[in-house]
Design a protein around this ligand. Structure first.
Ligand code: SF4
Ligand code: SF4
Length: 193
């Protein structure tokens, strides 16, 4: 039974002399192949060549420091709650006297880990953070051999004081303006302007 009228009847007809030589078919195939030699190649020679990434590419996270070098994260856990992949875990601790230069808030993350094998780089942790402490960056996560190595701790995530991470491409004036809307006010730049 036919469901549509789009089917075609295939006729097995005798080949002509030219068709039985196969040469025209081979020749037209060679022309197509030859044309491709002059086309722009869509592939690149990675890793010698690397594609340019977007300024807002979502790669490896950074735990930012404030302008005085203290860790911004206050271990509130909102990023972990927002994370759809349950990739973030942390242990909170209380800041001691004399540690004000190390941690900005009275509570801080003594342990903060992101399982990069679980992470889907959605950016929800960045959006949820009320302290502008966590951001995704344009850095790529390394390919490693064991699962354990891909659970990144503070030693990898916290911004190095010597090499601060530039987030200016993510924090465009438009983004900053957007964050000043009341419903997103939890995620404004820490020092409100
Ligand atoms: S980017 Fe998304 S999946 Fe990855 S840790 Fe943040 S919230 Fe979780
Ligand atoms: S939401 Fe921000 S301040 Fe809270 S635990 Fe996560 S990174 Fe730290």
């Amino acid at each position: 039974m036919q469901l549509t009228n789009r089917s075609k009847v295939v006729v097995k007809k005798e080949m002509t002399l030219m068709e039985s030589l196969y040469l025209p078919a081979i020749f037209s195939g060679m022309i197509i192949t030859f044309k491709h030699f002059f086309r722009k190649k869509p592939t690149i020679k990675y890793p010698e060549q690397v594609r340019e990434f977007s300024g807002v590419y979502r790669g490896q996270h950074v735990l930012k420091r404030d302008e005085n070098g203290a860790e911004r994260c206050t271990a509130c856990g909102l990023c972990a709650v927002a994370c759809p992949a349950e990739a973030i875990t942390m242990v909170a601790a209380e800041r001691k006297q004399g540690e004000e230069n190390l941690f900005r808030e009275e509570k801080y993350a003594a342990v903060y880990e992101i399982n990069m094998l679980r992470c889907i780089f959605c950016g929800d942790c960045e959006d949820a953070c009320p302290k502008e402490a966590i951001f995704l960056t344009d850095r790529k996560v390394d390919s490693l051999y064991t699962r354990k190595e891909l659970v990144y701790g503070k030693d990898i995530l916290v911004e190095s004081e010597e090499n601060p991470i530039d987030l200016s491409k993510r924090q465009t004036p438009e983004v900053k303006e957007f964050k000043h809307h009341n419903e997103f006010a939890h995620n404004i730049t820490y020092k409100k302007k």
